[in-house]
Write a protein that binds this ligand. Structure first.
Ligand SMILES: Cc1cc2nc3c(=O)[nH]c(=O)nc-3n(C[C@H](O)[C@H](O)[C@H](O)COP(=O)(O)OP(=O)(O)OC[C@H]3O[C@@H](n4cnc5c(N)ncnc54)[C@H](O)[C@@H]3O)c2cc1C
Ligand code: FES
Length: 271
């Protein structure tokens, strides 16, 4: 798929918490081609031209009227710059990039597990699943966050889609289950059933989700994050070790920007 480099206008900048923002951009050419799990590279350089390199962000939502959203936490220079954007500002984006989630063509049980900012691409996935022609048997969404304020807006957004169940876990117990999001799976999924699992979040969380699925022979797709310099398969900086199985079995290393960011969990060497 051809990626497009585009000057996009900021339409809204919502503050979800002090350091989490959701930017809505007018990017019709990218929104039209986007699929859940794909990402964009955003130029986030300040007046000093820093950081030099574009920053990768999952597509949080893309609408038919040309709007594209990214949801991010401010953790450094680039994201601090983006957090200060105002309506009318222009940002340069490249996208949509990478391979997204594969949606099931047959009705099945769907389980979505997100942690922290990993929840960003899963909202778009849930929306697409609900609007596809396939009516799934059940869609259960498990969201993990540090504290209630980080997850409240997204929890409501997921619930607002209708047709799915949302359960949350927080590190401090301020809402939902007090503990790890993965702890919710055992009690809330029919263990005898067959689930298609989708996950994005911190590496240890996805590793635990993958291992849970391997033990039950459930299909699992994970969206991975690495540091990325180019996002377009030119620098080879986003390499991870592959398991030597699955579609890319001939490659010892996989490149997250091109072969992913979404992988079948069995294709990844979980180290
Ligand atoms: C495919 C992909 C999709 C992503 N989607 C999102 C998203 O939807 N929302 C979101 O908030 N973030 C997302 N990220 C992470 C995001 O790209 C980084 O937060 C951003 O690049 C940080 O830029 P910065 O200049 O603010 O921070 P920097 O100054 O570059 O880094 C600040 C600190 O954070 C660390 N850091 C930077 N990036 C990462 C990373 N990917 N993983 C772990 N540590 C990191 C650095 O090592 C450094 O210590 C995604 C990353 C990838 C690869
Ligand atoms: S980020 Fe450059 S090759 Fe993947």
């Amino acid at each position: 798929m051809t990626a497009i480099k585009f000057g996009t206008e900021v339409l809204r900048n919502e503050k979800i918490t002090d350091d989490i923002c959701r930017l809505t951009l007018l990017a019709p050419a990218i929104a039209e081609k986007a699929r859940p799990g794909q990402f964009v590279m955003v130029k986030a350089s300040d007046d000093f031209g820093l950081p030099l390199l574009r920053r990768p962000f999952s597509i949080h939502q893309a609408t038919t009227d040309g709007q594209l959203q990214i949801l991010f936490k401010s953790i450094g220079r680039g994201t601090a710059f983006l957090a200060k954007r105002q309506p009318g500002d222009i940002l340069s984006l490249v996208g949509p990039l990478g391979k997204g989630f594969t949606l099931p063509s047959q009705p099945t049980n769907i389980c979505i597990v997100g942690g922290g900012m990993g929840t960003a691409p899963l909202f778009y996935l849930a929306k697409k699943l609900l609007r596809s022609n396939t009516e799934h048997k059940a869609i259960k969404v498990f969201l993990g966050a540090a504290t209630a304020s980080e997850i409240k807006v997204l929890q409501n957004d997921f619930a607002g889609l209708g047709g799915l169940t949302v359960l949350v876990a927080t590190d401090d117990g301020s809402t939902g289950h007090h503990g790890l999001v993965t702890e919710l799976l055992t009690d809330n999924l029919d263990q005898a059933g067959n689930w298609q699992v989708y996950s994005c979040g911190p590496h240890p969380m996805m590793k635990a989700v993958a291992s849970y699925c391997f033990a039950r022979n459930w299909s699992c797709q994970v969206s991975l994050e690495t540091l990325m310099a180019c996002g377009i398969s030119a620098c080879l900086g986003c390499a991870i070790r592959g398991s030597g199985q699955g579609v890319d079995s001939n490659k010892p290393y996989l490149h997250v920007c091109k072969d992913g960011p979404v992988f079948a969990a069995g294709d990844v060497a979980w180290e």
